[in-house]
Every structure is written in C-alpha cells, then in structure tokens.
Design a protein around this ligand. Structure first.
Ligand code: NAD
Length: 291
C-alpha cells in the first residue's frame, strides 16, 4: 500500500520526533494532541531540532523548510483519521489509547492502517477493539526519534502481511532499521531495559549507592552511554512505571514489581526531564541529583 499521509496522535516527546522524521522523509504529517500548548511546544521543538541538523550539515535549509511545511497541527482527531497511516503516541495508559482509537473509528479511511507507539501495552488487545485488527501494528520508535536507528515492529495476533510490509517500507524510507518482536508485554527493548532501570531504582532505594554513584558505575563499569537513572529521567518516570506495571500484570512474576521509590517520584509529579525534576533536578544550569 502506498503511504502518503501520516496522522500522529500525541505531540509529546515521541510524537514530535515521529512527526519530524516522517516530514523529513517526505510524508505529509497531521499532528494532534488534546493540548494546544503541547502542539505549540512540538512545532517549536521540531523547528529547533531541524535547525540543529542544518547547522551540522545533515540536511539543507531547503529540506528543513519543506519538512516543516509538511507538518500541520490540529486539536481535531477527525483530521488525523483521514490519513493512510495513524501512529498513536499518546500517554502510556491503556484507557487513554483505547479512547483515542474509539474516537478515531468514525473518521478513518477504508484502508487506514492503525499503529501504536506503545512501549509495552498488548497490540492484540488494542487492535481487538478496533474495526480492523488485521490492519493494526505496534510501531515502536526509540527516543530521541531523529537519532535512534531502531524501530520495533510488533504484530498482533491478527495483523496481516500487507500491513507489516507496508510499515516495514515506511521504516526503510526513514533510513531506519526494523526489529520484529512478538506481542508479549514490553516486547524486546523494554522487556530488557526497563527492569534494569527499575533495579537501579531499587539500588538507590536500598542505599547501595546514590544517584551519582549508580549512574557513574554503569557508565564507566558497563560502558553504557547514559546511567540508568539519567536514562529513566530521559524516558519519563511515568512511562517507566507504566511499563513495569504492564510487565508485572502481564507476566505475573514478582521479579517485575515496580520499586516503591519509582512510584513515589511519579506520585510527586517528578517525572524526569519533561517536568524538570526526577532523579536529577534540571531547573538550574547543571543537573543536580535529588538523592
Ligand atoms: P509524553 O508525556 O511526552 O507525551 C504524551 C502526549 O500525549 C502529551 O502531549 C499529551 O497531551 C498527549 N495526550 C494525552 N492524551 C491524549 C489524547 N487523548 N489524545 C491526544 N493526545 C493525548 O509521552 P511520550 O514520552 O511522548 O510517550 C508517548 C508514547 O510513546 C507512550 O506510549 C510511550 O510509552 C511511548 N514511548 C516512549 C518512549 C520514551 O522514551 N519516552 C520511547 C518509546 C515509546
């Protein structure tokens, strides 16, 4: 199937990155959110990130202008339904995602492919509530989208071959690489990565190390480019907690229990970089550990 227009639902850190790379690859993008503030922020951020690519000579000024010109923003979900491919990238809560697919339903074109950028939620379950489970796929980008090479593609039990291959074609047009994952809680990357982050939070909770020593230990001792707590702040602590809950509920194994300290940070609204406070405080010039 020929994909020309892409609807992105949710203009947070993932949605704006997805809109950015899609527009640069030549797709017409409609980006929507429930918050006008999120849309305004997303357009400013996309412009700034494209400028950075121009200054690094990755793209030309003309490519930058054309890409920005291909993105329109809207609060109206109906406009997003009238596209060839929808990528849902809203908050990691199943009820939020279900409501989005419910409200998209009356506005879809007959062949619109539906996808979700969920980090962990069952693709089969999300698909089963739509009128087209065979045209539903997990389309899981990594953060930050313009820089990360991988996209996980997750087939639900009903996903057909054409849908998978069409989305694979989109990944290739982006110049990215797809990894195919089966539809089990958190798929491949987050099944491995987020329990490691949760374990780092337990290490902090039990006083084995402080924020700086834990991050330094994993950077210098395991050659990770970012420490696990720094990475948690980057992903968003609400998203990390949501993924641990999906693993815990879906696999019914106590090894996935979310650390109470992670829950506490989320309850405080200290969600990491996006709220300027998490395991580090980002309100000053330099990040300062909060523990
Ligand atoms: P975020 O908090 O930055 O953004 C979520 C956005 O969704 C917000 O702008 C919010 O206003 C919007 N939203 C909420 N309800 C909505 C609705 N009903 N309709 C439209 N928009 C709505 O979150 P994020 O980090 O961009 O994560 C989005 C999705 O991407 C989640 O499913 C997450 O698991 C997944 N994901 C996140 C990462 C990461 O590192 N953060 C990586 C891969 C995938």
């Amino acid at each position: 199937m020929d994909i020309r227009t892409i609807g992105v639902v949710g203009a947070g850190q993932m949605g704006n990155g997805i809109a950015h790379v899609m527009a640069l690859a030549g797709y017409e993008v409609r980006l929507s959110d429930v918050s006008q503030e999120a849309l305004d922020k997303a357009i400013t951020l996309i412009g700034r990130n494209l400028d950075r690519q121009v200054s690094r000579e990755k793209i030309s000024q003309d490519e930058r202008d054309q890409a920005l010109g291909r993105i329109s923003v809207t609060l109206d979900i109906a406009a997003v339904g009238q596209t060839d491919l929808v990528i849902e990238a809203a908050t990691e809560q199943e009820t939020v995602k279900q409501k989005i697919f419910d409200s998209l339903a009356p506005h879809l074109l007959p062949n619109t492919i539906l996808t979700s950028n969920t980090s962990s939620i069952s693709i089969t379950r999300l698909a089963s509530r739509t009128d087209r489970p065979e045209k539903f796929l997990g389309f899981h980008f990594m953060n930050p989208v313009p820089l990360m090479q991988l996209v996980e593609l997750i087939r639900g039990i009903a996903t057909d071959k054409e849908t998978y291959e069409t989305c694979l074609g989109v990944v290739e047009r982006l110049g990215k690489t797809a990894a195919s994952a089966e539809d089990f809680p958190a798929f491949i990357v987050n099944r491995i990565l987020v329990p490691m982050i949760n374990e780092a939070v337990y290490t902090l909770y039990e006083g084995v190390g402080n924020v700086r020593s834990i991050d330094m230990a994993m950077k210098l001792g395991a050659n990770h480019p970012m420490g696990p707590l720094e990475l948690a702040d980057f992903i968003g602590l609400d998203t990390c907690l949501a993924i641990m809950n999906v693993l815990h509920d879906g696999l019914a194994d106590t090894k996935y229990r979310p650390c109470p300290l992670l829950t506490k940070y989320v309850e405080a609204g200290w969600l990491g970089r996006k709220t300027k406070r998490g395991f580090y405080d980002y309100r000053g010039d330099e990040p300062v550990p909060t523990r």
